[in-house]
Design a binder for this molecule. Structure first.
Ligand code: ADP
Ligand code: MG
Length: 359
């Protein structure tokens, strides 16, 4: 195949599976085993580490009924109930669900698409928001479940429930604790909130599931994956792969993004020492507007910490007083800083943007 027409094997910004998904063998096995037990699972990591991809890959491989819902997309309790019900309809035949629908509070309406014959069911928004319809959809799932065919229910970005309705955790917990034949997978990117929900004694979800933390992909595994993808386009694939993974510190999303861009660059240009810096600069230039906006939303203390983390120079280290720690905490909460062996900037391209702005 010629370089001009070769298929780019890298993918970013979406849930990945098949050839775009690599490694995670231990995590897959652990998750699979947990789903084979009566337990629920709590999956935590910073954004874009591959939680949704991992959970969906494993859940699909079990061939069990799967209901997936990202709470980030729900704008109200009724909207949550509607989206969840739609997913239930995808996982089960309408005939099986029909007889249960009459019992749902907030009596759902039906609509049949004349062209396709597809049936949609939804709750009409009512004046005062109530969680009862949503609770009933969760109850419905248990009614459809059997001990032999236990559904997997993935609730992605679960911490968002707090901003949908303050009572939601309490309400959901009281429904879920009675259920026997469902495995819930609670996923979250806001680590401190997820900790609060599942590890705080006062929380309704205290110790409700097995806690799994997803780390970055081991460097050597990710290097082989990237090198494998680049080998059709360059004879320096292994070298480039090593540099890419070093730059991104093995962050799943940024590694795929940078690999994708390198692949495109190498279609028309042979590799040399400037390749990676050029590709990185072009990504930073594309993001310039966003980074500037982001930067201007931060206060001076937060900016100071980012500069010190980006440059690592002794002469710009802020004093480590209480302001420092509260600012650092705020940056972690925003997802801009993550802790590996030490604190680093989450986005290696934002780091480069900061470095470039001070040259
Ligand atoms: N196992 C993996 N192998 C390769 N790339 C991955 C893997 N997991 C995630 N990615 C990359 O990271 C991106 C974000 O993955 P996603 O599952 O959406 O993360 P999260 O749910 O943690 O935010 C994907 O689009 C993909 O580019
Ligand atoms: Mg996700």
């Amino acid at each position: 195949m010629s370089r001009a027409s070769a298929l780019n094997p890298f993918r970013f910004g979406v849930v990945v599976d098949g050839p775009f998904f690599t490694d995670r063998t231990t995590e897959k096995a652990e998750l699979k085993q947990a789903l084979n037990s009566a337990n629920h699972i709590v999956l935590i990591s910073p954004r874009r580490y591959g939680k949704s991809s991992l959970a969906l890959n494993v859940a699909r491989s079990t061939k069990r009924p799967l209901i997936y819902m990202n709470l980030q997309s729900a704008t109200s309790v009724t909207d949550f109930a509607n989206q969840l019900l739609k997913e239930v309809l995808k996982a089960y035949k309408f005939e099986n669900i029909r007889r249960h629908l009459a019992g749902l509070r907030g009596s759902p309406a039906f609509e049949t698409d004349m062209a396709t014959g597809a049936i949609s069911v939804y709750f009409r928004p009512i004046g005062k928001e109530s969680t009862s319809s949503l609770e009933d959809v969760f109850t419905l799932i248990e009614k459809l479940a059997t001990a032999k065919k236990r559904p997997i229910v993935i609730l992605d970005e679960f911490q968002e429930a707090a901003s949908i309705d303050a009572q939601l955790f309490k309400k959901l917990r009281s429904v879920m604790q009675m259920q026997q034949n469902i495995n819930y997978v609670f996923i979250g990117s806001e680590e401190s909130m997820m900790e609060q929900i599942f590890n705080s004694k006062k929380s309704p979800f205290y110790h409700f599931g097995l806690l799994m933390r997803l780390a970055r992909i081991p460097k050597s595994d990710f290097e082989s994956f990237v090198a494998g993808g680049l080998q059709d386009i360059s004879k320096h694939a292994a070298l480039i792969a090593r540099d890419i993974v070093a730059f991104t510190e093995s962050h799943p999303y940024y590694t795929q993004l940078l690999s994708y861009k390198c692949f495109e660059f190498l279609r028309n240009t042979d590799y040399d020492v400037d390749t990676l810096p050029l590709v990185c600069s072009s990504i930073v230039a594309e993001q310039d507007n966003n980074y500037e906006k982001l930067w201007n939303q931060l206060n001076k203390n937060q900016q100071g910490i980012l500069v010190s983390l980006a440059l690592g120079a002794a002469n710009i280290q802020p004093a480590k007083n209480s302001t420092y720690y509260s600012s650092l905490k705020a940056l972690v909460k925003k997802g801009l800083v993550v802790k590996l062996e030490s604190y680093i900037l989450e986005d290696p391209f934002f780091k480069l943007w900061i470095e470039k702005s001070r040259r």
